[in-house]
Design a protein around this ligand. Structure first.
Ligand code: NAP
Length: 299
């Protein structure tokens, strides 16, 4: 249980509702900031204004999936107020407090380093990335269906990168009957792809494999679907780029050639906010529980 543990949640979207629910179930003392339009009643939860005082006694400060933007603005669906994380807030955070978010931009990392605040990025954790790959693959499949006039079954698909997202994507496509080529760079990934029934190739061969492709799903966060690759694709092809912004596709050239190319960030929060919220809630409460246990042992 989290009895007596003070958690301050600032901003966010529907995913945070699952986090609030889980924290209150575990009896944490929860303060919400930037939730004035929230209709769902949570018993025993206080609302507060965003000020350095609000974080002075926190054991955990929870920011949304993308912590802040490059100027410190915290995104929120539940208020019209502007929530900005400043040096004054960081200076007020007590030593025992962890700042927990999905992923941090350089601005947030820099502030945490400067004020010696422990930053936890949930999406960097393997378990969270693997759980998140499930709604990501489902969302990508939805986009594929919406943007093609053929079935995914029997289509020629290509997945670039066989990491946590790529593996789930490739498996999902294979399971519904697509022919799945997988672009990798390591021998062990090539062997695993072969073992799992995909058709692997090494990334330098990408352009050569592009000739008869209906759908490309990219998970490699670097420029990989270049003009040279796009030039080899048939005009019917559709590129769904799952890699974090700005993606790994030459979108300008794709548009010029008349090939559909879509950057698809944040799919878990879009297609399955409840599941995505539960994934965050599970991991976050596990971290706070463990922290609380260790602190209890030290006393
Ligand atoms: P990951 O497990 O690290 O996988 C990345 C894959 O890219 C690995 O297979 C890696 O190969 C490969 N790779 C990286 N650089 C490469 C290069 N230069 N050439 C060839 N292969 C390269 O990451 P992940 O968790 O799957 O996430 C992948 C991307 O998707 C990230 O940008 C992440 O932010 C994004 N993402 C998006 C959504 C969404 O909703 N769109 C959801 C979740 C994640 P090696 O194994 O050889 O290093």
């Amino acid at each position: 249980m989290l009895t007596g543990v003070q958690v301050v949640l600032v901003g966010g979207d529907a995913r945070q509702l699952e986090v609030i629910r889980r924290l209150t179930e575990l009896d944490a003392t929860v303060t919400l900031i930037g939730f004035d339009r929230l209709d769902t009643p949570f018993s025993g939860v206080a609302k507060a204004e965003w000020s350095p005082d609000a974080v002075r006694n926190a054991d955990a400060l929870v920011l949304p999936a993308v912590g802040t933007d490059d100027e410190g603005l915290i995104s929120t669906l539940f208020t019209d107020q502007e929530l900005k994380l400043t040096e004054a807030h960081l200076a007020a955070i007590p030593k025992k407090c962890k700042l927990i978010t999905g992923m941090a931009k350089p601005f947030l990392r820099m502030l945490c380093e400067k004020f010696h605040v422990e930053l936890v990025e949930l999406f960097e954790r393997d378990d969270v990335a693997i759980y998140n790959s499930i709604p990501t693959a489902e969302g990508a499949l939805m986009m594929a269906i919406q943007n093609t006039d053929i079935t995914v079954h029997d289509s020629n698909c290509m997945v670039l990168g066989l990491g946590r997202t790529g593996l789930t994507m490739a498996r999902t496509l294979l399971a519904i009957g697509a022919h799945v080529k997988v672009g990798v760079r390591k021998d062990e990934a090539f062997a695993r792809a072969f073992e799992m029934g995909f058709e692997p190739f090494y990334m330098p061969e990408l352009a050569r494999h592009a000739g008869n492709i209906d759908l490309i799903f990219n998970t490699i966060p670097t420029m990989i679907v270049t003009a040279q690759v796009i030039a080899q694709l048939p005009l019917r092809a559709c590129i769904i780029d799952l890699a974090s912004k700005p993606g790994g596709t030459d979108f300008r050239f794709a548009e010029k050639r008349g090939i559909k190319a879509l950057l698809a960030p944040g799919l878990p929060g879009i297609v399955a906010p409840k599941t995505a919220g539960r994934i965050i809630a599970n991991s976050l409460t596990q971290i706070i529980l463990e922290d609380n246990r260790l602190r209890g042992n030290k006393l």
